[in-house]
Structures are given as structure tokens and as C-alpha cells.
Design a protein around this ligand. Structure first.
Ligand code: ISC
Length: 417
């Protein structure tokens, strides 16, 4: 139960007894009811689900968040910042952890007296719906209409990309597409989120809902920037895809020249960013074959001890330089970006942008927004891309994007998962 207000509220912690899934549902439904921005996430290979709610509209700007210090919250950044799709930051005014079962109020009442009445109303609503909350409402973007990329258009664009690569205009471009899925009657968003996080224990599984901006859910395999509590910086070069099948697991995986080159371009891009800031001392491990849901990828891990290097803001600087990496855009970056903007035929919005908790419990974990869907009222729009190089074949790239979409679509469809 949320304790009495307002004195206990100030920088206080409150125990919420009961089933954490039920509490998460009720907290999410309460945030939606009061038009507040909310984010829910679970880091890979952990069991703790966290939620944060801002008591104000999400802040928008074009700046990347500061990862090493400053305001705690959840960043939600588009593929390319525009007036239509700005960068959002959900300030963590209220946080919940499924592990500690604690709700924390992270603000000072004397600085925010207007929060008292609001939190009281939230409390009353939470108490009323707790136990019976059905998360059938979420913030919906009015800017987006259901849209689907046709197979013919996508395959034609792959051919066009290969021709541009052969002509020496670029080395690689990541092409993406959208697919629309009708939501089934009685669709419950948080129940689906909970299934998603159970199905993909080694993914970053998130659900973000912001008034006007809309609602996105995903299971990302790709760290963009991590700054740990003990100030270890981490990023990865992830690319190359093949299906995970019973007779083809990581130990047996063989990679073609195409995938090896595709991944090495991502790696080269990261090294180029290190060079730009004159960072020479880093650890590189890989590439290794890693599993991401129904797929396998090639991954090289880069780590830097920020305490040893004179880079106290390395995470923030690298985030600025890295996004969008060659895993979602291409090489050279500017040419690939221009090609995507001109040819892809839709605005990616937040797909292949980045998202994640910033400076929460002393660490920041920013992921690339992949294997994700945007939730409209009746449909989910699912997005996926594939790295196109000189050796790309349209049929294979189409299939690859279908497999990537299946990561999330099969959880929508199969309520038994
Ligand atoms: C662009 C996506 O994946 C990237 C990450 C891993 C492998 C990729 C690939 O093989 O093309 C992509 O670069 C996506 O999932 O939509």
C-alpha cells in the first residue's frame, strides 16, 4: 500500500505488497490514465523489472542524455531527430522495482508542491484498480497511420542498394521495412510485455509509453552504450544474421563472407569513433556467435575502464558519436543516411533509435531500438532492417527481416508463450 501523504512522500520508499506483475500492470494503467510518460524495462539476464513514471510531460530535446551523472530517467531517442520525432527523456520521479517491491519517490516536495495533489490522485486510482487492472489502454501517436512495406518495393530497393554499392557510392546500407499486425480482441499490453521478457531472457526488453509520442515495445539484442556502476564503458559491434535452428547452434555456426564483412564494417565504425576521441586503450573480444531469440549474430565486445583513462564522460561522448551505427544506418554514414531518407518510403521514427535507463541505481544502459513494435489503437507496426552489402540477395534479405520481426510478432500472436 502507498503510505499516507505528503510527509512520507519526500524522497521516500514505500513497500508495495503483492504479486509484482499485478502491481506493474496497475502502475502502468495509472500512468496512462493520468496522461503521464512511463517506461518499463528489464536488463538482459536479470529478473528485475523496473518502471519509472514522470509526473511532468517527457522533456524533448535534440541532445543525447548525460550518462555519467545528472538527472535519472529513461531516454527514448529517434533514428533521426526532427520536429515530428524529437528525443524524449522520462524523468524518474517515481520508480518501482519488482525485486525490492519498493516504490520510490525521487523528488523534493518543497521544489514540487504541485505533485502532492497529483500523487494523491494517482494513489486513489492505483488502489481502486489494483488487482483488476487490464492494460488495454496506452498512449497512441496520432501522427502515424498503419502502413506496410510491400515485398516488391523492399526487394527492388535491395537491388537498387546493391547497384549503388557496386557503383562505389557506399559500402553498406541498412534497409528496413514495416509490417502491420491486427491486435487480437482482449489484447493486454502488460501481459504481452511480461510474456516478451520471459521469452527472451538475454534481451533488453522494454515498454515505453509517452503522451503524443505513442507506445513502443521491444526485445533488443544490441547494447549501444553501457556505463556500469564501477565505470566500465561497453559497446558492441553486432551484425550478420542467421536463423537459430536445432541443427545450427552457436557452436556449429558457419558464417559467409557477406556476414563477416558486414560485421567488420560495424567494428571499423566503432574503432573510427575511438580514434576521433584519441582513445587507444580498450579491450576487444570477438567476434563471437551470439543468440538473440530465434536468431544468431556475430558480436565483438569493446570495453574501456573509464577510471584508468582520462575520459570521465566517455559514455556520453561515444553515444553522441556512435548513433546511428553502421548496424542500423551504413557506411559511410552520411551517404547511407541520405539513401535511407530518400528511398525507404516511410519515417522510421523511433525504430533503430536508442533507448534505456540513464543514471538509474548508478548505471546507464542504452540499447538500440530493434526487434520492436509501435502500438497503435488496433494494430501493431513491427519494424526490422537488414544490412545490405555487395553480396546481398533480395529474397534472403526479405526473409531475414521476416525472421527479425518474428521475435516480437510471435509473442503478440501466441498468448500461451
Ligand atoms: C537492423 C536490425 O538488426 C541489426 C543488428 C543485428 C544484425 C543486423 C543484420 O544482420 O543486418 C542488423 O545490423 C534489426 O533487427 O532490425
Amino acid at each position: 500500500m502507498i503510505s499516507a501523504l505528503p510527509i512520507e512522500l519526500e524522497n521516500s520508499r514505500v513497500n508495495l505488497e503483492g504479486d509484482s506483475n499485478v502491481i506493474l500492470k496497475a502502475l502502468f494503467a495509472t500512468a496512462i490514465r493520468f496522461h503521464l510518460p512511463v517506461a518499463v524495462w528489464r536488463l538482459p539476464n536479470t529478473s528485475e523489472i523496473k518502471l519509472c513514471v514522470s509526473l511532468r510531460p517527457a522533456q524533448t530535446s535534440g541532445d543525447v542524455p548525460q550518462l555519467e551523472s545528472g538527472v535519472s530517467g529513461f531516454a527514448f531517442y529517434p533514428f533521426q531527430v526532427s520536429a515530428t520525432y524529437p528525443a524524449h527523456f522520462i524523468k524518474a520521479d517515481i520508480t518501482y522495482s519488482s525485486l525490492s517491491a519498493k516504490l520510490k519517490f525521487n523528488f523534493k516536495l518543497n521544489e514540487n508542491p504541485e505533485y502532492v495533489a497529483l500523487v494523491q490522485r494517482l494513489q486513489e486510482y492505483f488502489e481502486k484498480i489494483k488487482g483488476s487492472a487490464h492494460t488495454s489502454n496506452w498512449h497512441v501517436s496520432r501522427k502515424v497511420k498503419p502502413y506496410q512495406t510491400s515485398e516488391a518495393n523492399f526487394k527492388h530497393l535491395v537491388e537498387e542498394s546493391v547497384a549503388a554499392i557496386d557503383a562505389g557510392q557506399m559500402e553498406k546500407v541498412v534497409l528496413s521495412r514495416v509490417r502491420s499486425t491486427e491486435l487480437t480482441a482482449g489484447f493486454d499490453l502488460m501481459a504481452t510485455y511480461l510474456r516478451l521478457q520471459k521469452t527472451y531472457p538475454n534481451a533488453f526488453v522494454s515498454l515505453v509509453s509517452i503522451p503524443e509520442m505513442g507506445t513502443w515495445m521491444g526485445a533488443s539484442p544490441e547494447i549501444l552504450v553501457q556505463v556500469s556502476k564501477d565505470r566500465i564503458f561497453k559497446t558492441v559491434a553486432l551484425a550478420g544474421t542467421q536463423a537459430l535452428t536445432p541443427d545450427c547452434n552457436p557452436a556449429k555456426a558457419l558464417w559467409q563472407q557477406k556476414e563477416i564483412e558486414e560485421q567488420s564494417l560495424v567494428k571499423r565504425y566503432i574503432l573510427h569513433c575511438f580514434k576521433r576521441i584519441q582513445l587507444r586503450d580498450y579491450t576487444e573480444i570477438g567476434p563471437r556467435t551470439v543468440v538473440a531469440g530465434n536468431l544468431m549474430h556475430l558480436r565483438t565486445d569493446f570495453t574501456v575502464d573509464m577510471k584508468k583513462e582520462a575520459f570521465p564522460m566517455l559514455g556520453t561522448h561515444m553515444l553522441q558519436l556512435l548513433h546511428p551505427t553502421s548496424a542500423v544506418c551504413g557506411m559511410p554514414k552520411e551517404t547511407a543516411m541520405e539513401f535511407i531518407m530518400q528511398k525507404e518510403g516511410y519515417d522510421r521514427a523511433y525504430f533503430s533509435g536508442f533507448l534505456g535507463p540513464v543514471h538509474i541505481d548508478g548505471e546507464s544502459n542504452i540499447y538500440v531500438n530493434l526487434r520492436c513494435s509501435q502500438l497503435l489503437e488496433q494494430v501493431a507496426l513491427t519494424y526490422a532492417g537488414a544490412g545490405i552489402t555487395a553480396e546481398s540477395e533480395p529474397d534472403k534479405e526479405w526473409l531475414e527481416t521476416r525472421l527479425k520481426m518474428d521475435t516480437i510478432r510471435q509473442v503478440f500472436q501466441n498468448s500461451a508463450l
